[in-house]
Design a protein. Structure first.
Length: 552
């Protein structure tokens, strides 16, 4: 309208340039515009321009700008010849948004500008996210529902953000499961404030924001989740018995880092007796726990790497002290020794073959588990623990350290360095959804040189190496004892695989030797290695099995 008014006034001979209220001194007979005002992303639009027939301009160009949240950004410029009075240019916007084009003379003088061009990315339609508004207590469960198109193959995510904060710095964020077009996510926010929920897709493009916001406040409500349930196979079990725990979780929820923990009734969240990971891909399943100590226990479904409990089981009672003492007396008769490979054993030496846990890192002199085991049973044991060894490195020294000695019994405790190294590599490469606490632990271990370079040893390769080591030892006629553990401070649940390894090779099996030792400062010298008392507990657990096959 502005350019049209100036054009008509010029034709009447009234003036060439006119300044009117609301018009920024734009020159008559300069015109520029987009051929369309609304297009879809990927389409081409024409920029058309016109100048007076005769001008003294020495410098002419038009510039295309994008306008986002009131801020403009120059996209591209094109020079115009002083001899041309009209022309066009094909422009294909690269991103969705609002654009305008301006004709500029003498480097800074804007003489014409277009109406806005709105570019819409249709591929980002069909996304929605919602949350129930209200005021919630710190750590309460925030339930978020999402919807996205069936053809979405992008790395989409839903996050919690401070309301009105345009920095896109999330308080919590979860990636949407691939192939899931709608579902429910669960978040936990600790810091007070007002928050909103956003859905991002397509290289972090904001595609949906929840209509409602929510507030975190000390006096807010807590939220219980009926979607999570736990069941137990028995409510009364003997000491050292097993309990199978069944769990149900909502479809579409991210279970990354979720665990089921065993607790004494009334114990706080940081005092789990043991924890086991749940499946990341299945909404329901089962895990089995072995409970050694008498008492009253419950299971809890844990999210946020164990920081928040969203469901609890009914209490279970584990046998009394007298029952446990009776179990200790017959412990050596529990394994069917006729099924143990190479039993009865020969008269060669006993060897403990392992890594830093066998070497005794963190223990005082003669307080490692092997030394304490010698004193408990009154036998001599050769300690062949090498700190930092992976299963591959242990296999390389197997000939000189074990096989050439013609042993009668070999205790094999390996795999911890594979687990921690593998976890570190995945976290470093962004493949592991890791909490800030676990990341600080990893960095500390790395700086202390306690995370070796595993060379990318996979979990399957770890157990292939262990199987090979045990088979080669058994070829000498020795009995093998496999020491299992769940994976240390990061709760990688490998107990079942160690037990299966022992079963497949006909080895005696010491279940989870670090159970209720790892994570208890009074029993640990650092994040990974026990202290003297912790190694004493390990020695007692191994002694119960080694005593069955001590050479006469």
């Amino acid at each position: 309208m502005r350019n049209l008014l100036l054009k008509h006034l010029s034709k009447l001979g009234i003036l060439a340039v006119l300044v009117l209220p609301g018009i920024s001194a734009l020159a008559a007979d300069y015109e520029i515009s987009f051929t369309e005002n609304e297009v879809d992303l990927g389409e081409t639009v024409e920029v058309v321009w016109q100048t007076p027939a005769s001008t003294t301009d020495r410098y002419r160009q038009f510039t295309i700008y994008s306008v986002v949240s009131g801020e403009e950004k120059r996209i591209q410029s094109r020079y115009v010849s002083r001899t041309d009075t009209e022309g066009s240019y094909s422009f294909r916007p690269r991103t969705a948004g609002t654009y305008e084009v301006r004709f500029i003379t003498d480097r800074t003088e804007v003489v014409a500008e277009s109406e806005e061009l709105v570019v819409t990315d249709r591929s980002l339609e069909g996304y929605a996210v919602s949350v129930e508004g209200g005021t919630f207590a710190p750590g309460a469960v925030i339930v978020v529902d999402f919807v996205r198109p069936e053809n979405d193959r992008n790395s989409s995510s839903v996050g919690i953000y401070l309301a009105g904060d345009e920095t896109a710095r999330s308080e919590a964020r979860l990636s949407l499961p691939r192939g899931v077009t709608e579902g429910r996510l669960f978040f936990f926010v600790d810091d007070p404030g007002e928050y909103e929920v956003r859905l991002y897709a397509r290289s972090r493009a904001l595609v949906a924001t929840a209509d409602e916001t929510f507030t975190i406040d000390e006096n807010g409500d807590t939220v219980e989740l009926a979607e999570y349930t736990l069941g137990v196979s028995s409510t009364v079990v003997p000491a050292r018995g097993t309990v199978t725990v069944s769990y149900e979780t909502p479809e579409g929820d991210s279970r990354s880092g979720d665990r089921i923990g065993l607790f004494r009734v009334g114990d706080p969240r940081n005092r789990a007796v043991s924890r086991k990971s749940v499946s990341r891909t299945e909404a329901s399943g089962e895990v089995t726990f072995s409970i050694r100590e008498p008492g009253t226990y419950e299971f809890r479904y844990l999210k946020r790497s164990g920081r928040t409990s969203v469901a609890s089981s009914i209490p279970i009672v584990v046998g009394n002290e007298e029952e446990e003492e009776e179990e200790e007396e017959v412990l050596c008769r529990i394994p069917n020794l006729d099924q143990i490979t190479n039993y009865p054993q020969g008269n060669g030496p006993i060897i403990a073959f392992g890594d830093s846990l066998t070497a005794g890192v963190g223990a005082s002199s003669n307080q490692d588990y092997v030394s304490q085991l010698e004193r408990k049973l009154g036998v001599s044991i050769i300690n062949e623990g090498v700190s930092g060894d992976t299963t591959e490195e242990a296999a390389d020294r197997l000939r000189t350290d074990v096989l050439d000695r013609d042993p009668s019994v070999v205790i094999v405790w390996l795999g911890g360095n594979d687990i921690i190294g593998r976890y570190y590599e995945r976290a470093r490469d962004g493949l592991e959804d890791i909490s800030s606490i676990d990341w600080l632990r990893l960095l500390a271990l790395r700086l202390l040189g306690k995370i070796p370079d595993t060379g990318g040893i996979t979990e399957d390769e770890t157990f292939e190496n262990l199987n090979l080591i045990i088979e080669r030892i058994q070829e000498t006629g020795a009995v093998t004892i496999v020491v299992g553990f769940s994976g240390g401070i990061f709760d990688n649940d490998l107990e079942d695989r160690y037990e299966q390894l022992a079963r497949d090779t006909g080895s005696l099996y010491v279940p989870d030797a670090l159970n209720n030792v790892i994570g208890r400062p009074s029993l640990m010298s650092d994040l990974v290695h026990p202290n003297n008392e912790g190694y004493g507990i390990v020695a007692g657990r191994v002694a119960a099995y080694l005593s069955c096959v001590v050479p006469e």
